[in-house]
Design a protein around this ligand. Structure first.
Ligand code: PLP
Length: 384
């Protein structure tokens, strides 16, 4: 069945034609394709997109068009979705804790051959359910760094345990690999070097031949604070591969860096009380990262009059912004500078909201954004 793709020319056109009173998730496929192409061209290895970061099919299709064929998946529904969208997708079951039922279906129905473990009990479970003719990726915990989210506090084997897991998986006849995750929004390229040293040492001590060396995700997106360009990360990683004599292919699992600036969330003001705005999306919806990561994405206020759509007027003024649910926690800790004339019915576009947004909505209180549109080009909000 041929799919009809509708693309708007701009966010203003979305406002003008849809007059949306519900939040709209705006996707910029051109930006997504550009980011994916840059990562595929620059990273010295295989690129797996971390599906949890943004599982919207429009997003997945844009990345696929750019050439992404490998996907870091963490659940059966993610594996099913990717396999159905792209018959030639390669899915890796990279969650260190998997149910027996999910493992059985992943293997029998979807033919998954790559699985992550960080504990002997999980390795036992994996071998019992799917057998040993697989690649077992051993996830190693990594030293603390300046990432906004530290993922090694939940997953990853200590180096000694990781050595033992590699030996055991190999002894039972599986192919092996190693993985780690430096944490999301990692502002320091050297964190990859340090973690690669830890993982390379684990592999060396195990004496086991590995099939690939997975350096995970964590590459940052630009939210206004200065971050090094991706090229710097790739240079550090390339040098570490050489210095540590890693002679197997590298894998990376970027999420955020591929999708963050490829989407906006378009919200509407439902009520203004002084300098408090009540809008139709918030921390339980597509804007949860503003709360969790203290993000301050760039914003633009848009108004629609009889003579057309334009930016809201007035001097920039700090506003407190409340989300739509009845929970008093549903308010952003950070204030946003918006034009003084903003009022009920106007829209606020939150730019750079492609990562951990649409996929993290809770539906709490009946508020859920299901409206997704595609817009050509990039968001017109460029500065901060
Ligand atoms: C979340 C996650 C990623 C993606 O992380 P980003 O910070 O979005 O790049 C990659 N790999 C694993 C195992 C993850 O859990």
């Amino acid at each position: 069945m041929a799919m009809k793709e509708i693309r708007f020319g701009s966010v203003d056109e979305v406002v003008s034609r849809l007059n949306p009173s519900y939040p709209v998730f705006v996707i910029f496929p051109d930006v997504l394709e550009k980011r994916a192409t840059a990562f595929l061209d620059g990273f010295p290895g295989t690129v797996l997109y971390a599906v949890k970061c943004n599982p919207d099919p429009h997003v997945l299709r844009a990345l696929y068009r750019a050439g992404v064929r490998h996907f870091d998946t963490a659940s059966l529904p993610e594996i099913a979705k990717l396999t159905e969208l792209f018959p030639d997708a390669h899915c890796y079951f990279n969650h260190p804790v998997k149910s027996r039922g999910a493992l059985e279906s992943a293997s029998d129905v979807y033919g998954i051959e790559h699985y992550v473990v960080d504990h002997l009990s999980e390795l036992d479970k994996l071998h019992e359910v799917v057998g040993t003719d697989i690649t077992v990726e051993v996830r190693v915990t990594t030293p603390k760094n300046k990432s906004v989210y530290n993922l090694s506090s939940k997953f990853g084997a200590q180096p000694d345990e990781a050595v033992a897991l590699l030996k055991e998986a190999h002894a039972r006849g599986s192919r092996t690999a190693t993985a780690f995750h430096v944490g999301s929004q990692c502002p320091d390229p050297m964190a990859y070097r340090v973690s690669m040293e830890v993982a390379a040492d684990v592999v060396r001590r195990s004496g086991v031949p590995i099939s690939y060396f997975d350096i995970g995700g964590g590459f940052p997106a630009d939210y206004g604070d200065p971050i090094p360009p991706l090229e710097e990360y790739f240079d550090v990683i390339r040098a570490a591969k050489r210095d540590l004599a890693i002679d197997v292919p590298l894998f990376a699992e970027p999420g955020r860096a591929l999708v963050a600036d490829g989407c906006s969330v378009l919200t509407q003001v439902q009520l203004r009380k002084g300098n408090d705005l009540y809008i139709n999306d918030g921390i339980y919806g597509g804007l949860s990262e503003i709360h969790l990561a203290d993000l301050r994405p760039p914003v633009r206020a848009i108004t629609r009059k009889a003579n057309g759509v334009s930016d809201v007027g007035g001097a920039l003024t700090p506003f407190r912004i409340f989300g739509p649910t009845c929970d008093s926690l549903d308010v952003f800790k950070v204030q946003f500078d918006l034009p003084a004339d903003i009022g009920e019915g106007d829209w606020i576009e939150f730019a750079r909201m492609g990562a951990y947004s649409i996929g993290m909505q809770s539906g709490f209180n009946g508020f859920f954004t299901d409206t997704v549109v595609q817009v050509s080009g990039a968001s017109t909000i460029s500065g901060f």
